[in-house]
Design a protein around this ligand. Structure first.
Ligand SMILES: Nc1ncnc2c1ncn2[C@@H]1O[C@H](COP(=O)(O)OP(=O)(O)OP(=O)(O)O)[C@@H](O)[C@H]1O
Ligand SMILES: [Mg+2]
Length: 334
């Protein structure tokens, strides 16, 4: 079989109640209901090969989770064709669940009151994982994560990070062909995020598992995804690798400046002039970030302009970040 996942012109519409405003509206709603159709996913086509890691990006409400729910068989598409591992997911839910693993944000599939090891044993029975395979997975997991910390802990006593880690281990336990992760690193600290990313990468490599994930975290994209799919308002805006995407914006570089004087004074003073040069300015507590389009103006010119009026403590020059690339695409399209 060629592709692990195949979407052809997939569309999902929801019928939602159009609520009328105010008390009068609420009464009207009781008697006559006024529905509208929301198109959450709009003719998306996509093929994913075995072993790929694909990241789904897009603003809130873009249709990422809805697309994943169709691929896992939870939702039926309104129209279009969809195959996962050669099967129609919502028509073969039992078989399908044998071949996929799912982690959906904050909702755990583990047994809350049980120590993790007991959940694993239950999953072993449910998925009928042969003893040898199960032992092999346990051995692999013990190498990849700090098992002592979590294995005998009831899930409800775990930190969010430990629970996410456990959820991911559970999703891979029966060695599924595809694992779907909806925002796997949301709410985690930097160290745990990088642990989770390493784990996903390693499992993908060792087991050749296809991984589909959604994220708002550009760190996830940089660490995990060779290929990204950008969705906005249900439509696919982009499907290619991240390197290719950066090439679109090859002319952009970020100049980072640490001012000697007060941050807001400098930013306020420069914003207007820089915007006229098509330079986007932003800042955090320490640095001012200037996104410069070198086709329009040079970094040196921008630096010169700043130094005319302001004293600088430190500066750095960086290629455009993934974050900036994505921001520009959301704002301006491709
Ligand atoms: N069960 C539902 N009933 C009605 N509308 C829905 C339903 N599920 C999703 N939608 C709508 O479909 C659109 C896409 O939602 P979806 O959850 O797929 O977005 P998302 O890309 O995952 O966003 P986020 O980044 O916020 O998680 C939204 O407008 C949402 O309100
Ligand atoms: Mg979502």
């Amino acid at each position: 079989m060629e592709n692990m996942i195949e979407l052809k012109e997939i569309t999902k519409e929801f019928k939602v109640l159009n609520r009328r405003e105010g008390l009068k509206g609420s009464f009207q709603d009781l008697f006559s209901r006024d529905y509208k159709i929301v198109r959450a996913v709009d003719h998306i086509s996509l093929s994913v090969k075995p072993g790929e890691i694909v990241g789904f990006l897009g603003p809130n409400g873009a249709g990422k989770s809805t697309t994943i729910k169709m691929m896992t068989g939870v939702l039926e598409p309104t129209s279009g064709e969809l195959l996962v591992n050669g099967r129609i997911p919502y028509k073969n839910r039992t078989q399908n669940s044998q071949e996929i693993g799912v982690v959906f944000g904050q909702r755990s599939q583990l047994w809350w009151a049980l120590p993790l090891i007991e959940s694993f044993k239950l999953l072993k029975d449910i998925y009928q994982i042969p003893q040898e395979e199960y032992d092999g997975m346990m051995e692999l997991y013990a190498k990849l994560v700090n098992f002592d910390e979590i294995l005998h802990k009831p899930v409800r006593q775990m930190s969010l990070g430990q629970r996410t880690l456990s959820d991911i281990l559970a999703a891979f336990l029966h060695n599924p062909k595809v694992v779907f992760l909806d925002e796997p690193t949301i709410g985690l600290d930097v160290a745990m995020k990088s642990k989770i990313r390493e784990l996903i990468l390693e499992l993908n490599k060792q087991k050749h598992t296809t991984v589909i994930l959604t994220t708002h975290d550009m760190g996830d994209v940089d660490a995990l995804c060779e290929r990204i799919v950008i969705i906005d308002k249900g439509k696919m805006l982009y499907d290619n690798d991240i390197v290719h995407l950066r090439k679109f914006f090859g002319a952009y570089r970020t100049l980072k400046i640490r001012p000697r004087e007060k941050m807001d004074v400098m930013v306020e003073d420069l914003t207007k002039e820089l915007e006229m040069m098509d330079v986007r300015i932003s800042h955090d507590d320490e640095w001012v970030f200037l996104l410069v389009n070198e086709e329009k103006t040079s970094v040196l010119k921008v630096l010169g302009l700043i130094q005319e009026k302001h004293k600088i403590k430190d500066m750095q020059l960086e290629e455009i970040s993934t974050e900036d690339v994505i921001k520009k695409i959301y704002k301006e399209g491709i």
